[in-house]
Design a protein around this ligand. Structure first.
Ligand code: UT7
Length: 322
């Protein structure tokens, strides 16, 4: 068993929905501006007390059920999140306990919007080396907790949710290649500039929110994602025509459309959920994957390109034979 493949998927969105009309009543914005600049129409937000692990548990249970797995079949949990329930234990350990799994390795990954791509790549390497046989890989967020709901330049963008896959050892290639990058010199363009150790007083005062220089991030995202498309295709020796589906991080339809153009892929071959989900950071790719698998668009054997760009900056891609 030299490879890993995605055996099943799951997703969960909290019930509460915030529409653009709701946001018009909260900040100086319009439904037209949000749609035109981002493509977003609505987003889901967690209820008070509903945590990242609560969302992840639903997505994980769905992925397990869909693959016909029981929790005991899992021997690795990799959990991507920027909004963990606690400082510690990790969300992976909290989820492990909820699922009544004991003893296997479980850890969180923090790569902001690229988190799921990082998590999938890491889990793939565990499986390829024989260190694990069946991994639960999660992306889950309650970004609404780090959004300044009085800042119109950011609060219209983000949403909450969770997505999961079960990745298992296989004789045939599922994950064909993964490409991970980061460059910390851009940390100030997209950040929550406070934490446990840096400006803890801001955290304690409830003043730790996402700050973003949107336009600069936008330009970097478009250029960088264009480059990672080339890198991914070059590494695999595939022509862009081999890609059946682009499953991108969902930050902005204009960024997604630019990557699709780079691949000469019509928008009908791109999974877009940002209109309904907003930007759910690490959750966005597994949620989009789950939507398109569940509605029958993505089928076994299809070639998928997943890509993401986010705070750090971090960016990456995974090429998958589904
Ligand atoms: O997921 C991680 C990576 N994140 C991203 O990829 C996000 C990347 N950035 C973006 O998606 C876009 O830059 C935004 C959607 C955030 C902003 O779109 P933009 O076209 O770059 O707008 P802008 O920031 O240049 O602002 C244009 C104008 C400004 O007004 P002035 O200075 O031209 O008078 C803003 O004040 O739009 C104004 N504005 C708004 N107006 C109405 C900013 N936010 C809003 C708003 N409603 N919500």
């Amino acid at each position: 068993m030299k490879f890993s493949r995605i055996a099943s998927t799951g997703g969960y969105l909290p019930e509460k929905i915030l529409t653009n009309a709701d946001l018009e009543r909260m900040v100086d914005t319009t439904d037209a501006w949000i749609r035109e600049r981002t493509g977003i129409e609505k987003r889901h937000v967690a209820l008070d007390g509903q945590t990242t692990v609560d969302l992840a548990e639903q997505a994980a249970r769905q992925a397990l059920a869909d693959g016909g797995f029981s929790p005991g079949d899992i021997d690795l949990i990799v959990f991507a999140t920027t909004t963990p329930d606690r400082v510690f234990p990790s969300c992976a350990c909290l989820l492990q306990q909820r699922l009544d799994i004991h003893g296997c390795a479980a850890f969180d990954i923090q790569a902001v919007c690229t988190g799921f791509v990082y998590a999938l790549s890491v889990a793939d390497k565990f499986i390829r080396t024989g260190a694990a046989r069946r991994a639960l890989v999660i992306g889950a967020e309650t970004l609404s907790r780090i959004v300044d709901w009085s800042d119109r330049s950011t609060c219209v963008l983000f949403g909450d949710g969770a997505g999961a896959v079960v990745l298992e050892a296989s004789d045939e290639a599922g994950i064909l290649s993964s490409h991970l990058h980061a460059d910390g010199q851009y940390e100030s363009l997209l950040t929550v500039p406070a934490g446990v150790s840096d400006h803890p007083e801001r955290l304690r005062a409830g003043d730790a929110f996402i700050e973003m220089k949107g336009n600069e991030v936008f330009k970097m995202a478009v250029n960088t994602l264009g480059r990672i498309v080339d890198e991914t295709l070059d590494a695999s020796g595939l022509d862009k025509s081999a890609i059946d589906w682009l499953v991108p991080h969902q930050a902005n339809t204009r960024i997604i459309a630019a990557t699709a153009r780079k691949l000469d892929l019509p928008m009908e071959r791109v999974v877009v959920t940002v209109d309904r989900h907003g930007n759910t950071s690490a959750a966005s790719i597994p949620l989009a994957l789950d939507v398109a698998v569940r509605d029958g668009r993505i089928r076994r054997g299809d070639m998928l390109l997943m890509e993401a760009f986010g705070g750090g900056f971090t960016w990456g891609s995974v090429l998958v034979r589904f």
